[in-house]
Design a binder for this molecule. Structure first.
Ligand code: ADP
Ligand code: MG
Ligand code: MG
Length: 210
């Protein structure tokens, strides 16, 4: 089961890589409005390194794949988001490896990622970071688990909430990170890290649909 789950993770990471390559320029442009413009390059380099490292770890199972992916991501991506993405991947719980993926497992994994990002980055909802997209995602998965929604529907609903929340960051001024000194310029534009996260979560939802 462990190698099967590792293969599924590699498939998802491959789909995520395609999305991040496709949106590299757009993410860079968004980050350049009030930040330093490197978010697209960082995410692209991070996911490339994560997939390379994860592929090498495949035979050792899902836990090894996630650890390798996270370590590869943070080593190569650079930037605030690279460190947070890497640590979040490493922190995904071993319970993900048990049987078929359930809504409860997905919710627990998303909650673990959120806890890690908040512990390291100390962002609160409304600070205009990826946390603004991740919190509604986690909450939707947890309520979907409580109401017994099927996995594909739960992932799609949660990803739609994350995308809406990422778009809604346009109305916010950044309170943290490199974008803070240029906070006014950022008004009217979404946060780069919330946007890339929502794109990744939508990709995962699509992949689990079919
Ligand atoms: P850098 O800002 O170091 O150039 P990136 O451009 O790759 O790194 O990532 C910027 C994104 O990182 C922001 O758009 C925001 O979503 C996220 N971010 C910045 N600081 C924090 C933080 N303290 N906690 C969570 N996310 C953060
Ligand atoms: Mg940047
Ligand atoms: Mg940077």
């Amino acid at each position: 089961a462990s190698v099967e789950r590792a293969d599924r993770a590699l498939e998802l990471l491959t789909a995520v890589r395609a999305t991040l390559h496709e949106h590299e320029e757009e993410l860079g442009r968004i980050d350049a409005i009030a930040g330093d413009g490197d978010h697209g390059v960082g995410m692209r380099r991070g996911v490339d390194a994560a997939l390379d490292a994860a592929t090498v770890a495949r035979a050792d199972g899902l836990g090894a794949v996630l650890r390798a992916a996270g370590e590869g991501w943070s080593e190569v991506a650079g930037g605030t988001s690279g460190a947070l993405w890497g640590a979040a991947l490493v922190s995904l719980p071993p319970s993900l490896d048990r049987g078929d993926l359930t809504v409860a497992q997905a919710a627990a994994a998303a909650r673990a990622a959120l806890d890690t990002v908040v512990r390291l980055g100390r962002a609160k909802v409304g600070d205009k970071t990826m946390v603004d997209a991740l919190v509604p995602y986690v909450e939707r998965l947890e309520s979907a688990d409580a109401t017994g929604l099927p996995l594909a529907e739960a992932l799609a609903a949660a990803a739609a909430d994350a995308m809406a929340a990422a778009r809604a960051t346009s109305a916010l001024r950044p309170a943290l990170g490199r974008a803070r000194p240029l906070a006014e310029r950022s008004l009217g534009h979404p946060d780069a890290g919330a946007t890339s996260l929502a794109l990744v979560l939508s990709t995962i939802a699509h992949a689990e649909e079919g």
